[in-house]
Design a protein around this ligand. Sequence first.
Ligand code: AMP
Ligand code: MG
Length: 347
Amino acid sequence: METVIIETGNQQGIRESVSLAVDYLEKGSIVALPTETVYGLAANALDAKACAKIFEAKERPEFDPLIVHVSGEKMLRTIADIPEQIEATLSTLINEFWPGALTFILPKKEIVPEIVTSGLDTVAVRRSKNPIFAEIINTFELPIAAPSANRFGSISPTSANAVLSELSGKVPLIIDGGACSEGVESTIIKIESVTGRKKPSIQILRPGPVTPEMLKKFGKIEKNPKSKTSSKEPTSPGQLDSHYAPITPLRIVSSPDTFTPEPSKKYALLSYRGQKKDGYLELCEWVQIETLSPGSGKLPEAAVRFFFALRKLDQLGVDEIISEPIPERGIGLAIMDRLKRASHKYS
Ligand code: AMP
Ligand code: MG
């Protein structure tokens, strides 16, 4: 299969790409689309055969369910049942964060094929704020399943070229909407009412751009109790210990004095602020240094550059990628979560 990248460019270009993407979705094909988090590999969420193509292209195991995108609350209600006890909180969160990088786990309706939810009785739902994606789903008028457009377990793509290097020959069409504005995957939450308590509990199943700080006024934040369990755990499948991994071994060095380079080895550095005073820049002769947020260190900027930088360092053919730790606050929590999983395979 040949993979075509369509650049959207001006208004006319956007209109043409939108209608082409919708044609592909309508004929049951997969297509890679930009979202504000990472690029998604999209298919009609109500068409089991089309969704099977996502699993096939990504080589994704069937126990790992897909996120379903909707155009708004009305479409959400066609695929999910909203328990009365959480209705008010859900509606407040939707008003506050949609469109945006917040995914809700909700009881699924029968109409959602089993393959989408890996047989679970819940479905993950979000609404993207990427204008091209929004235009596509508004025109298509059906929910779109779209997990990250990378091979399973590998680095998430934040540009059309990154999708191409992941899925060339496996997807017929990539819509190039430029670089993703958030850079890490959506925050996934589950809301549960607690008897005797006014505020519900909000379980963060995957940290992302919508941070615990942003969510805490809407409920009591609980970190996913299952997030540290085995990769076979079906209720928290995205929480696989090893994920987002480069081919090159990756190690997080929590303090510069704990790293002793081996003379025969070649290393690259993933630096947070690229500052000498942090103690990493002169630890060895780095083949390359990628800095996530040069200067003072801004976490949203670091998130946008993160997968892009990791992918760049992975192409150097060094023996090991060394990463500085990222401050675990705000979106830094999500970056560290990805870094830890990216390094897990090698620890
Ligand atoms: P991605 O490949 O980044 O789009 O991630 C999809 C992830 O969403 C999965 O790996 C799961 O972690 C999560 N997910 C999807 N559906 C469910 C569900 N019903 N329950 C819990 N997590 C889910
Ligand atoms: Mg993914």
